[in-house]
Design a protein around this ligand. Sequence first.
Ligand code: SAM
Length: 257
Amino acid sequence: MIKLSNRLQRIADYITPGNRVADIGSDHALLPIYLLQSGKVPSAIAGELNEGPYQAARKGAADAGLQQRLEVRKGDGLSVLNGGEADSVTIAGMGGSLMSMILEAGDQAGKLQGVTELVLQPNVGEDEVRLWLLGKGWELREESILEEDGKIYEVLHARRAEYAAASNEKLYDGSFLPLEWDKSDLKGLLVRMGPHLLRKPTAVLIEKWRLEIEKLERICGQLSGSELPESALKKTQFERDIRRIEEVLGCLQTELQ
Ligand code: SAM
């Protein structure tokens, strides 16, 4: 059986056993191959836009002797899927903006019909994915953050649920943080940093946001050298952002101790 990276393994762990899976942007199809070899899922579809990865996925399926149960399809996003063909959809290893566009286009075209579970691993722009899920009434059930090979990854697990609106309202209520901010600022922060991640902070989460602060400080330093009025405005905004993140980290670090 193939061995997955910790990142892909975390995604695999979130899949409900017995579900039919569609992995969009599958590249070598490692995730569906593992899910089939481990017996966790009965069948899978691997979708790929680009010829090279599409051929790599076909070869992976053939080498593993899984052509009967792993269908490799070429196309853009969820267009490779027919409504009702999959119970779980996974999308991993691309930006949150592209991921949200794929989800939105697929949703509009009815491709998410019958899909009850999404496991999403955006490389950046996690906030865009959380906002999409929130806007479309998916319940964000779990999230995790992990570090591998010097990179930090977040994995989001969402389910379709009738009570999603109520559950999300609770989830995105930031009153568990001892911060005197207005409600919409708090919600924005939870969308950005992850409502589950903030409730169970880990050292990796703290590290991610420390690195983000360092990046923002570097940008502020560059803006200081500019005499343009808009640079001064941007710098003020970034400085406010840094203060806000630091305030949150202050609460989290207390919890970690
Ligand atoms: N999902 C694998 C993983 O996480 O290891 C592969 C990630 S790889 C970095 C991103 C893959 O998404 C590439 O193989 C790329 O060809 C594919 N891709 C990019 N845009 C896509 C789209 N609109 N529809 C389907 N696949 C896409």
